[in-house]
Design a protein. Sequence first.
Length: 594
Amino acid sequence: MAPVSKKAKIAARPAAGGGLQKFFGASKSAIPAAADAAVGGDGSKSAAVAETQAVTKEVAPAQVAAPVSNGLTDAQKQRIEENRRKAIERQLAKKNGQAIDKAAVTPSATAKMATSPAKSPSPLKPQTLDMDQGLKRKGGNITPEKAPLPADRRHSNAVIQPNTSTLESEDKFCTFGKVPWKQYNSLYALRLERLRGAALAQAQSLWSCEVPAGNFLPSISATSGSSGDVVIVGVTFKDMPSRNNVIAQYKEPQWATSCLPEEDVDLQESLCSDADTLWLEDGSCRLRLELQAEDVAKHATGFVVAVRGSLTPDGKSFLVKNICLAQASTAVPVPPVPESAVPGQYVALLSGLLIGAPDEDIEARSRAVEFLLGRSETGNEQALSRAVQQVVVCGGVYWTDAKRQVPPGLAEADSMFAQLAEKCPVHVLPGHKDPSNLSLPQMPLHSYFFRSARNCSQFKSVSNPYQCSVGGMQLLGHSGQPIRDLMRCSSIPTPIAALATCLDASLLVPTAPDTLATQPFEKADPFIIETAPQVLFSGGHSEVEYEWREPVATGSSGTLCVCVPSFHKRPAVVLVNLNNPRDVRVMEFGAEKA
């Protein structure tokens, strides 16, 4: 094709408004003139003219016959004005924060737009819509060819939620850990919805003889204008002024472009102080609870409770007489012992091995492994060691140094678990310092760490928290982070008391997500204890503690709450009888046992 002359290129430029011919059409009289001007010296036509002629064939007869004024047909003008009106509607709706009808556009605004001087539209730039000099369509590369922007441009990301049928399976927490992340502002609302009925039922069983049925209110806002004692249900929120302000920390220069340093759970200080206040909130409002300072210290954020009391004369707070937790859990009875079962079968719980630590007691760990393998030398312990049917490692597998990338005890841990898995099932939970994600639920330790043990069918790397069934007995527990966090946010004196409080509240991790990192679940709270287990354990503590809790429901068994010691601090293994959870044995492997 011969090159087009410079004079022909200038002549081929479209007249004002001519760029819209491709999209709105043009009169027959206008097309030949532009076509003739675009013919080169050798009689060839430009690509733009060829495209214009091709599009003209598809123009409706009414559009072609319409008179031309200022390069625009009446149909073009009508469509432009219609687009302007729709843009005004969209802008007003966005400004008001809600969708409005087309009639909501004020006549004055429409008239102002209609009387504004018309500008020649260009196919290379979007229309500029002036409404008090404040309305402009964004995006310089938008052409009239693209569809108008929708009224609401916000996208709603679909969230894949786990199947609720898996809540009672062994993979409950592992499944919940794989959902996409969103903000956690709806987690407390979901928790309240699930446990409100249980808290209200517990309150009615305690106070129905003293409080009229009509004074058990459906919401906190219903307390307005009430007289006498009333009962309200909500989620507790504890305002702790001594708590670090995360936003203020990020404003510091050294953390402005990086992450805050991870706290050492062993060095965390208490967040409680005499200035703490306790609030109760639900979907309607928040109300401050008037309590003594020592009573405020007993509570923490995240519990679903029923509160009995009355409003203060100024109506700004609530005088509390009694508080009860949502004791909704019903325990499953321990299955009867089959006649063929060997009496005295046990599950072994240990935690905090910290394999690879410079001060590790390797001899104590070796004696513990020999015991779990059924090779105990003493006659009194030999029968007991052979009765171990399963081993559960409650976190704290590896010792890590902040300056190192890989835990030094990987090979030793792999070898130990491979030996144990040859004898009985071994389930290993990750802990706070183990190589897994920080937020709860923690995902199972990667199989790469267990090159030998993973080949054993009885070895299983599991999530934290974790639940399973051993010999028909239900076990539920974690590596200890929820208990340590609850204790630093309250005045609960011992780990076993904190663990019992979680059981009474039907919450495995009550302080998440307020002070304990967790994923922001929207449609399910995996930390609600649906059914009380026969054994509720927590790992990584300094001492052994266990307590038998009587059942909530008549005719069901109770629950054994057990705090498993960190083997690094106290070399011991806790044995729980599968046939009778009240039977607990603590096997010591310290220096005095040598």
